[in-house]
Design a protein around this ligand. Structure first.
Ligand SMILES: [Zn+2]
Ligand SMILES: [Zn+2]
Length: 430
């Protein structure tokens, strides 16, 4: 039992197709990729702990000026209105857009701080070779929350707002916008320098020295296309450690273990259906209301895009069209194709489908773009009777679509598509 458990350390399994692979140490700044489905197995980075620590300290210093100081001021009709992130959330909340307020609060304000604090605590401990028990739980929380922080999407929203308002009013920039831009750069840098495998290995080892080389896992080199599940092994979703299928909790990160994500197909179907239901009002109903000289003018997402094309801002029109209409549509259609592929004998283009799944997971958060633009506009354009901008009901439906499609990408397990392939080819060859 013990020798088999130890030998698992010499192997790893692919997250995308469950293929069992020898654990190869990639050279620094290189990645290893699954030969069957193309999913990245591990990405190595040098001096990961020190770099992550330095970046997280910088990020924490930038955070408070970035969110508290005004980003910019708009001057029009003799009125001046400046905006920061917190104000836009308060306005959504006071206008009863609770879910929108919650999504903006969570993704642009709370999570960036939580993530920076978590990764700072973690890398500080690892840097000074201290291994308190809570480190695994801390890193686990970080990994689960990571994709819900959307500072870079918010920054793109700021840029679009600036371009949108440029012709209409005078814009003055403040130090807040510089701090926020730097905060985005730091957050992106953290995601590239963090070597998750190395962090987990360091936490697990607890400074007790390197693992002894263990015996090879029996039969893995004889059968090249064997999955972890077929060998009675399962991969931890969070820290990617292999355990025997009989284990229920990961010995490294403490997360619960499942060979496949529980009720993956039915949960994903439910979430995709939910997104379809909300996608209709999100596009038909007005998302924004512009009051000009007391006359309200409501516009849908599509109206907003057409406005940009009419005014000659084709690039912005295209960005909003992509983020607000193409991305949610692509996610819904893409996930439906993936779900249909979990049915027996749909074993074609599995590599492409797995790549599509990775793309869907990656683009999910960018749909929040239009909401962030509206959030900024409602604060900036508040010139009393002359002109003001407000959110309209579709904003809530749109946030539901974003949240539901993101959750759907999380609950879907691409390995289920490959399971059918494995069973199908096995029976075909027998
Ligand atoms: Zn794979
Ligand atoms: Zn784990």
């Amino acid at each position: 039992m013990k020798s088999q458990k130890n030998s698992l350390d010499n192997f790893t399994a692919c997250e995308g197709c469950d293929l069992l692979l020898p654990a190869v140490e990639a050279p620094p700044s290189h990645s290893t990729v699954c030969p069957r489905c193309g999913t990245t197995i591990s990405r190595r980075s040098t001096h990961s702990i020190a770099k992550t620590l330095a970046l997280s300290i910088t990020g924490l210093f930038l955070y408070f000026p970035a969110v508290l100081l005004p980003l910019m001021t708009l001057e029009s009709f003799g009125f001046k209105e400046s905006a920061n992130i917190i104000e836009s959330i308060v306005i959504f909340y006071t206008n009863d857009y609770y879910f929108v307020a919650f999504m903006v609060l969570f993704s642009a304000l709370i999570l960036p701080l939580v993530l920076l604090s978590l990764i700072f605590t973690l890398s500080l401990n690892l840097r000074f070779k201290r291994y308190p028990l809570y480190l695994a739980r801390l890193f686990r929380t970080y990994l689960k929350l990571e994709e819900w922080a959307m500072v870079e999407v918010y920054l793109l929203g700021i840029m679009i707002t600036i371009i949108k308002m440029m012709g209409h009013s005078e814009i003055h920039y403040h130090i807040g916008i510089l701090c926020f831009s730097l905060l985005v750069l730091v957050s992106l840098a953290i995601t590239t320098v963090i070597d998750k495998d190395f962090f987990w290995e360091t936490i697990e080892r607890g400074g007790k020295g390197k693992h002894q080389p263990q015996m090879k896992f029996p039969g893995a080199d004889k059968e090249p296309f064997v999955t972890a599940a077929e060998r009675g092994i399962q991969l931890c979703h969070t820290c990617h450690k292999l355990s025997l299928s009989s284990s229920t909790t990961c010995p490294r990160c403490g997360d619960s273990l499942h060979s496949r994500k529980p009720q993956s197909v039915s949960r994903t179907w439910a979430l995709v259906m939910t997104s379809v239901v909300f996608f209709i009002p999100a596009n038909i109903m007005p998302i924004m209301r512009v009051d000009f000289l007391g006359v309200p003018d409501r516009s849908t997402i599509l109206d907003g895009i057409i406005y940009f094309f009419h005014s000659g801002s084709y690039a912005i029109g295209l960005i909003i069209f992509t983020a607000s209409i193409l991305v949610p549509l692509f996610k819904i259609v893409g996930l439906t194709i993936l779900l249909l592929s979990t049915h027996p004998r749909s074993t074609r283009y599995l590599r492409q489908k797995t790549a599509m799944f990775r793309f869907i997971s990656f683009i999910g958060r960018w749909s929040m773009l239009d909401i962030f633009v509206i959030a900024l506009l409602t604060v900036l354009v508040d010139f009393g009777f002359f002109s003001s901008i407000h959110a309209a009901p579709a904003a809530t439906y749109f946030c539901f679509v974003v949240a539901a499609t993101m959750c759907a990408a999380i609950t879907f397990d691409p390995r289920i598509m490959w399971d059918k392939y494995t069973h199908y080819t096995k029976t075909a060859h027998d």
